[in-house]
Design a binder for this molecule. Structure first.
Ligand SMILES: C[S@@+](CC[C@H](N)C(=O)[O-])C[C@H]1O[C@@H](n2cnc3c(N)ncnc32)[C@H](O)[C@@H]1O
Length: 451
């Protein structure tokens, strides 16, 4: 017992080891238990091994994990080249430990020797990996030697996406667009702001550019969001350029009663309120609705908020217009959430598509005849977008598609589909540099209740 304590004390004295151990543990939670990375790295409610780290170490763990997930296919392929035979199927801790080290060696500004030595020490400290310590040393040293020659070639040929996602993208968008989408997934997304007014002024103050769609885009933040100019006075909120489009599809809603039925954290609610609508913002999640209320308060905007499952919501009067920004697989947001490809499955996509169809059918009942409903989500999968709406329209003759016209909203024309819906992918919105380009994958269709 005494020896074990001494050993533990010794381990905690090794600089950087706790970060690698937490990285390996959290990678296991993402990949083996499908736990979202944002939850694991939440400052208050995150994984205890993460919360035990200081602020700098937390940032390093997040950087390692984001890199390990963003380049998971490339890392796996380069590791496989160094292994004589595949790792045993039950050697998951060893695999995660190697991925954590390889992410540092291949993509991060960590000296190779530090990444290798810490991985070997880590392997020796864990009974599950102890007997592989020699393999860890050999594989990682060989990887460090080979990276200059092999990494550029591997980036050309490997895919950083699981087969199911690659296959869905290829089938939907074809090989060229898929290659562009997957290339965009490898880049960190810029930060977009929706501004209440005067985008040029805020682009200057935030050191960004104004996009053709009117959002302000900043390549890399120089300070935490709450420290940026305009935060305290509520001049803007963070919202991807694509996410800012669905709420703008209603045209003039000044004075109309509009329901935002999956509203939290409220980016689109804020747009609807700013456009002059009397907004009811509904969400099933108490915590997320509380965030929406905080966000609206900072922006000096107000809306009626309702915490309810949409399927149980029965308002006394129908609404003039409805936004249904439905929960989805979020495959359009991989640039910001590189864990998504590795925690979602085709079964999740199918389940979410079925839920969306139910939510849409219920939402329609809450709409006035003649009213508009915008259905949107941030999935790249047509089963949650184009196909779902097509089926819905076939089954509901009272609902018709209200096609979006090219000149309705500035900058939106390239994203209008032949059917008149909106489709964006991370391969869209080419700006001066790749780092300033791209936008989240979104689908939005504007429907009208004819009678
Ligand atoms: C894509 S997010 C909405 C983002 C939001 N529209 C925005 O722009 O900030 C989907 C939301 O739907 C909510 N949700 C999921 N199932 C729901 C249901 N059955 N009823 C109401 N809200 C639901 C989730 O809590 C989540 O906040």
């Amino acid at each position: 017992m005494r020896n074990r304590n001494v050993q533990r004390e010794n381990l905690s004295a090794i600089p950087g080891l706790a970060v690698r151990m937490a990285g390996t543990r959290l990678l296991a939670a993402v990949v083996d238990a499908a736990t979202p990375l944002d939850g694991l790295t939440d400052a208050e409610h995150g994984h205890p091994q993460y919360r035990a780290l200081d602020v700098r170490d937390r940032a390093l763990v997040r950087a390692i994990l984001i890199t390990a997930l963003r380049h998971r296919g490339t890392i796996a392929a380069l590791l496989a080249c160094r292994l004589e035979k595949p790792l045993p199927a039950n050697a998951t801790t060893l695999s995660h430990l190697l991925h954590v080290a390889a992410a540092q060696i291949l993509f991060l500004d960590v000296p190779d020797s530090a990444a290798v030595d810490l991985a070997v020490t880590h392997a020796k400290s864990d009974p599950r990996t102890l007997r592989f310590a020699g393999l860890v040393n050999g594989v990682l040293r060989a990887l460090a030697r080979a990276k200059a020659a092999e990494l550029p070639i591997m980036l050309e040929t490997s895919r950083d996406a699981p087969d199911w996602l690659s296959a869905m993208l290829e089938k939907t968008y074809g090989p060229d667009e898929t290659a562009k989408i997957l290339a965009a997934h490898r880049r960190e997304a810029p930060v977009d702001f929706t501004v209440k007014s005067n985008p040029e002024l805020w682009a200057e103050r935030l050191s960004g550019i104004v996009l053709p769609t009117g959002s302000v885009r900043v390549e890399k933040l120089v300070a935490p969001i709450p420290d940026l100019p305009g935060f305290v006075e509520g001049a803007w909120w963070v919202q991807d350029a694509a996410a800012s489009l669905p709420a703008r599809l209603f045209g003039d809603i000044n004075g109309l009663r509009v329901a935002d039925l999956c509203a939290a954290p409220g980016g689109k609610t804020a747009q609807l309120v700013l456009a002059g609508a009397e907004v009811t913002a509904l969400d099933t999640s108490k915590n997320r609705l509380a965030r929406l209320e905080e966000n609206l308060a900072r922006l000096g905007l107000s809306a009626e908020t309702v915490q309810s499952d949409l399927l149980a919501f029965a308002p006394p009067r129908p609404f003039d217009a409805i936004l249904l920004d439905a929960p989805c697989s979020s495959t359009g947001t991989v640039r910001r959430h590189p864990d998504i490809p590795w925690i979602k499955t085709p079964a999740d996509v199918a389940k979410l598509a079925a839920l969306q169809a139910k939510l849409l059918a219920h939402a329609i009942k809450l709409l006035k005849p003649g009213g508009q409903i915008v259905f949107s989500n941030c999935s790249l999968d047509p089963s949650e977008g184009e196909e779902l709406v097509e089926t819905f329209l076939t089954e509901n003759p009272a609902i018709v598609l209200d096609p979006i016209k090219p000149d309705e909203i500035a900058g939106v024309q390239p994203f209008i589909t032949p059917a008149g819906a909106l489709r964006t992918t991370p391969a869209g919105l080419d700006m001066e540099t790749p780092a300033l380009s791209g936008l989240d994958g979104f689908y939005a269709a504007r429907l009208r209740k004819a009678y």
